[in-house]
Design a binder for this molecule. Structure first.
Ligand code: ADP
Ligand code: MG
Length: 332
């Protein structure tokens, strides 16, 4: 594999609360290579969005962010906002869950693409940028691109709107795209089309893609590598096939246990007993211990670190001793 484009080490994010800081992201490590598709999965509230917003420099100034985020060898954490603006949208861009809030309702779709291009390339004329916008609309398969560029966001369907957002995200050919549950707000029938489009574009441009999703079917179909997040930490990281065949972390195994075997229906990650902690109530030791049938004294006292295992990494004191495939019944 090539040298990673994006390299995140010991990333931590804390938010101030009336009773002091609470850590929502607790020491995340991952890297992403050119052309790689990595999926970040985990229950709602596990810190997926906050992690990626920290990478993009998109958190409110009150958030305390520490660690290291290197892009192409260059440290991004702590660089002034004016510098980050040059990175965002040009080198790395983000696609959010809700395409309506991501777009400006008073500008036409085309104007927003033009703006995205000209912020980073003021030397491009408005006329050329408009032609580029039409070309981008074609590349994201928006029909009647020449007409559609002059329409406003409300004139587009949800699926078409997300294509506009993707057109903006790819306008400057970024090296990395972070897509945060990009199809959750869309009709089931268009979800697959939008994801396929995103993957094809990344493939064509050799863009690295971080895909946040809670849909394991999407993970299986799109990702090469998977990172599983729980309570602000990555608890397991592995190539997708290895994860599906031999997940070792009890939490990951719970998630996979929730995957319907034959029906192929969309699965949600909510079939594990108990509820995940919030950032303010993360237990001492392994954060998963109150929900884990294997937990003992050690798990209640010491937080396990990610350690290499079977081509991946896992943060569980007992990963090496748990049987690989006996998933049934553990979480019943
Ligand atoms: P996910 O994307 O995995 O569903 P998030 O990254 O949005 O989860 O949130 C992770 C945790 O951070 C949650 O427990 C949430 O309550 C907390 N959190 C998010 N934003 C803030 C904030 N502005 N202030 C305090 N806590 C926050
Ligand atoms: Mg989120």
């Amino acid at each position: 594999m090539e040298k990673p484009l994006l390299n995140v080490r010991d990333l931590r994010v804390a938010f101030p609360t009336p009773t002091g800081y609470v850590e929502a992201v607790r020491g995340v490590n991952f890297s992403l290579a050119r052309s790689e598709v990595m999926s970040l999965v985990g229950e709602s509230g596990s810190g997926k969005s906050i992690t990626m917003r920290a990478v993009m420099g998109l958190l409110p100034p009150t958030a305390l962010v520490t660690g290291s985020v290197k892009f192409d060898g260059r440290e991004l954490l702590g660089v002034p906002e004016s510098e980050m603006r040059r990175v965002r949208g040009a080198k790395m861009s983000m696609v959010f869950q809700d395409p309506l809030t991501a777009l400006n309702p008073v500008l036409t779709a085309g104007e927003q693409v033009v703006e995205a291009i000209r912020i980073h390339h003021p030397e491009v004329s408005s006329k050329t940028a408009r032609e580029m916008a039409i070309e981008l609309f074609r590349s994201v398969a928006i029909p009647y691109a020449e007409k559609r560029v002059d329409q406003y966001p409300h004139e587009f369907s949800g699926g078409m709107r997300q294509r506009v957002v993707i057109a903006i995200a790819i306008a400057n050919r970024p090296d990395v795209i972070i897509a945060d549950e990009p199809t959750t707000a869309l009709d089931v029938t268009v979800q697959a089309q939008v994801l396929e489009l995103l993957r094809d574009l990344c493939d064509k441009n050799r863009t690295g893609l971080v895909l946040i999703t809670h849909d394991l079917g999407v993970v299986a179909g799109m990702a090469e590598n998977v990172s599983v997040m729980y309570a602000g930490s990555i608890v397991e990281q592995a190539p997708v096939d290895e994860l599906f065949e031999g997940a070792r972390h009890p939490y990951t195994r719970g998630l996979l246990g929730a995957l319907p075997q034959i029906t192929g229906e969309i699965s949600r990650l909510n079939d594990i007993g108990g509820t995940p902690p919030t950032a303010a109530t993360i237990p001492v030791g392994c954060a998963f211990n109150p929900r884990c049938v294997f937990a003992d004294e050690l798990c209640r006292e010491v937080k396990p670190e990610l350690r290499s295992f079977n081509g991946g990494e896992v943060a569980c004191h007992y990963a090496h001793t748990l049987p690989a495939h006996e998933l049934q019944g553990e979480f019943a």
